[in-house]
Design a protein around this ligand. Structure first.
Ligand SMILES: Cc1ncc(COP(=O)(O)O)c(C=O)c1O
Length: 394
């Protein structure tokens, strides 16, 4: 029998990135639309706080779940902004990015054989975290005709005797769909009915377009006791490489497990990063708003280009920084293949444009392609100029 970890892939997006970087090394211009890393620098006051922390000698082990000042700042943010209610900052665990937060959440929550309902398509790491915890992902399809919003009847039909939790991600990677209050409340009601936990991934809570608003599912009636919420500093403050996320965990027994897992995996996030995160959360928020406005501009440029291109039908995202498109039946293919990888390969080889093949996001992603617009506006403009023509030549 294969080792559990052997069943985890190295990641399609990593493969695309490595090929683009190799082409770049050979002197070719590449456009980095394959992965979701904000192009922006961190806000100046965050950089200054990091420099100061270094000068002040904050380079020692910290409290394993995060420095108290940061957990207090998070406590205020989640209380007043997200409407989440936990008794005190002890219910907050600072993690090495939301990625690590999700890993420890599923490890703490699942018993071997437990199932977790999750959207299909979905950011690949989620299913892998569930499997690493001994559980089984139970995908429920998101459909273009429903604007990639879950139909509650389909979620209900997926609930079985081993279902332990529903994983929710809004704004959603890879489609950019945003769940409204009524969708979320229906999921809460279902969770209450079947005694399920809710794991809410809110990594893109501040990347919203067209006046869309973010609702934290844990703030809704009946949700508080059964929701674990995870947030990220990566997208909101462009702090992706600094690696900081946080988990809000109301349930005392899970909190104890999480504390143990954090101690055994990282024993505290990088001390300097924690001071940066404190400055980010307590300082001016205008950089975050400016970034969201710039993402919207990029979305509009890229969406317009895809509308002018053959072989793709794009969905206009309401949040996150991804454009999800269906590859149409008349796609002639490339390299003897007609699948989603063939379009990704064609765009790399013919124009140095990065993308992610939809199948990387689950069975429902087959025959789709994802373009990230978190790279610079110049790169997006160039890709938008090239895409219609390059696809026409296919
Ligand atoms: C849906 C989703 N959740 C979580 C993360 C992880 O973010 P972090 O950088 O905080 O680990 C990502 C990163 O792309 C994501 O797309």
């Amino acid at each position: 029998m294969a080792h559990l970890v052997d069943e985890i892939s190295l990641g399609a997006i990593v493969q695309v990135r490595d090929r683009l970087l190799e082409q770049q090394r050979l002197g070719r211009k590449v456009l980095r639309l394959e992965s979701g890393d904000p192009s922006f620098d961190i806000p100046v006051h965050v950089r200054e706080a990091i420099e100061k922390a270094l000068r002040d000698g904050h380079t020692h082990y910290t409290a394993s779940t995060g420095i108290p000042a940061l957990r207090e700042a998070i406590f205020r943010k989640i209380t007043f902004e997200n409407g989440l209610h936990v008794p005190n900052p002890d219910h907050i665990v600072v993690t090495n990015g939301a990625m690590h937060g999700l890993y420890v959440i599923f490890r703490a929550l699942l018993d071997p054989g437990d199932e977790v309902i999750l959207p299909d398509p979905m950011w690949t790491e989620i299913g892998e975290h569930i499997r690493l915890a001994g559980g089984f992902p139970r995908p429920v399809r998101l459909r273009a005709e429903n604007d990639y919003l879950w139909q509650i009847e389909e979620v209900k039909a997926a609930v079985g005797p081993r279902t332990r939790a529903i994983y929710i991600n809004t704004p959603h990677n890879p489609t950019g769909a945003v769940l409204r209050r009524e969708h979320l409340q229906a999921l809460v009601d279902l969770a209450v009915q079947h005694n399920l936990m809710l794991v809410s991934d809110e990594a893109y809570e501040h990347v919203l377009f067209d006046g869309e608003r973010h609702v934290s599912i844990g703030s809704l009636d009946g949700a508080q006791e059964r929701t674990i919420s995870v947030f990220s500093m990566s997208k909101t403050y462009a702090m992706s490489g600094l690696r900081l996320g946080y988990v809000i965990i109301p349930q005392p027994f899970l909190l104890e497990r999480l504390k143990k897992l954090v101690r055994c995996t990282i024993n505290g996030v990088n001390s300097i990063t924690q001071y940066g995160a404190l400055a980010a959360l307590t300082g001016p928020q205008d950089a975050t708003q400016a970034m969201a406005a710039e993402y919207q501009k990029r979305r509009d440029i890229l969406f317009a280009a895809l509308e002018r291109s053959p072989y793709v039908r794009a969905f206009k995202p309401k949040g996150a920084f991804y454009l999800w498109a269906r590859i149409t039946e008349d796609w002639p293919g490339y390299g003897g293949q007609r699948d989603d990888w063939s379009m990704t390969n064609y765009l790399i080889d013919s124009a140095g444009i990065g993308s992610s093949p939809g199948s990387a996001f689950g069975a429902a992603g087959e025959g789709h392609i994802r373009f990230a617009f978190s790279c610079s506006t110049e790169q997006i403009e160039e890709a938008a100029m090239l895409l219609p023509e390059v696809l026409r030549r296919a």
